[in-house]
Design a protein around this ligand. Structure first.
Ligand SMILES: [Fe+2]
Ligand SMILES: [Fe+2]
Length: 174
């Protein structure tokens, strides 16, 4: 079967959904498991989101009509909300607490909602905008980027930003 960036992105959504399900099954005593799962979620989600923002969304925007532009704006705003508020709030909670469980649940709900919108709207539009060859090429480019030192550096920087609390921490400390 030919490679297709839209299939890869959808598969990654499903993998992350599965990880959130596993977090839901943990108790407040499962501190180590929660920390490991959050780490796994970030390792999967951050490169996915950054590549969408830097490559896929701009390519989509270039060919989008009025409706597509709105979809693009909506997706980007959701990324920003998760990056600047939802993830930092998870990090501000102690993993062995109901606060952590609650915030992680919200994180999972945001991601699921966003992923659904991409799958139902954006990817549907993208299937019309990009040829099979273009989608296969994007898929190869994405795989190569994920394995690059650039992607690794970005992940380290983004994770440390999330762990230090981002905008949400600043707001709470005021
Ligand atoms: Fe996204
Ligand atoms: Fe996505």
């Amino acid at each position: 079967m030919a490679r297709d960036i839209l299939k890869t992105l959808k598969d990654e959504h499903d993998q992350v959904r599965e990880m959130f399900e596993q977090v839901k099954d943990t108790t407040d005593r499962a501190v180590k498991t929660r920390v490991e799962l959050l780490d796994k979620i970030e390792n999967a989600l951050i490169p996915h989101a950054k590549w969408e923002e830097q490559v896929f969304y701009p390519a989509f925007k270039e060919r989008a009509d009025r409706e597509g532009l709105q979809t693009h704006a909506e997706a980007l705003a959701e990324h920003h909300a998760v990056e600047n508020s939802v993830i930092p709030e998870v990090h501000m909670a102690e993993p062995g607490t109901p606060e952590f469980a609650g915030r992680c649940k919200v994180f999972g709900e945001f991601v699921d909602h966003h992923a659904k919108e991409e799958e139902k709207t954006m990817f549907k539009m993208a299937r019309e905008m990009f040829s099979a060859e273009e989608r296969a090429q994007m898929d190869e480019d994405y795989e190569a980027w994920k394995a690059s030192p650039d992607a690794e550096k970005m992940l380290v920087a983004e994770k440390s930003k999330a762990a230090s609390g981002g905008l949400a921490a600043q707001a709470t400390r005021q």
